[in-house]
Design a protein. Structure first.
Length: 197
């Protein structure tokens, strides 16, 4: 009975050894997902501010002639903005591909980086047109670059921890398997010896 209790205690300790890092990783995963959502909300606010800035600029400088388009023909600033391929005055919306198996936090990072890159491109194109028209450039009131950098660092750390945890789990399972096999062998030997006595 004492041996059984020792074996059960060892199994319980091994379970805690494997389960505790998994719970910590799940917490990190939730934190990363929330950070990615917060950044996308901030980028959406910046996008709205850019559209408002453009609207005011068009009210004041919309009739000014500027070079725009692939042929660099001269048009009014309002025509250039309206003729932009992705329409600078429209909200950029990115939708994550969601499905029953789509629970990987890396998708959140990818969506966030895509959303930020689209906004940055839109802002640069808008400021280029505004500069040509002599209008005031759009300056971001929020800086999400530090949050983006922190999100990337968190993802790198999380991936490294997950790999280390997976390696430890495989090692623990290998050791447990070897111990069980040895126990089975020695038990059989013990039973055979007892029988011949």
């Amino acid at each position: 009975m004492r041996r059984v209790l020792i074996i059960l205690s060892l199994i319980l300790a091994g379970s805690v050894f494997i389960a505790w890092p998994t719970m910590a990783l799940d917490q990190d995963d939730a934190t990363i997902k929330q950070s990615a959502r917060d950044i996308r909300v901030q980028v959406a606010e910046l996008d709205q501010q850019l559209r408002e800035h453009l609207r005011k600029a068009l009210d004041e400088y919309g009739e000014r002639s500027v070079e725009c388009g692939e042929d660099q023909s001269r048009k009014s600033l309002a025509e250039c903005v309206e003729g932009d391929a992705s329409d600078l005055t429209q909200t950029t919306i990115t939708v994550a591909t969601a499905g029953p198996d789509d629970e990987d936090f890396l998708d959140d990072l990818s969506d966030t980086e895509e959303r930020f890159a689209l906004f940055t491109d839109k802002m640069n194109r808008a400021n280029d047109l505004l500069a040509r028209a002599g209008a005031k450039l759009y300056m971001k009131s929020l800086d999400v670059a530090p949050e983006m950098d922190q999100l990337r660092r968190d993802v790198i750390v999380h991936v490294e921890r997950k790999r280390a945890h997976d390696l430890r789990t495989k090692q623990a399972l290998l050791i447990a398997t070897i111990v069980l096999v040895l126990m089975a062998i020695f038990s059989m030997i013990f039973m055979v010896i007892q029988r011949f006595r």
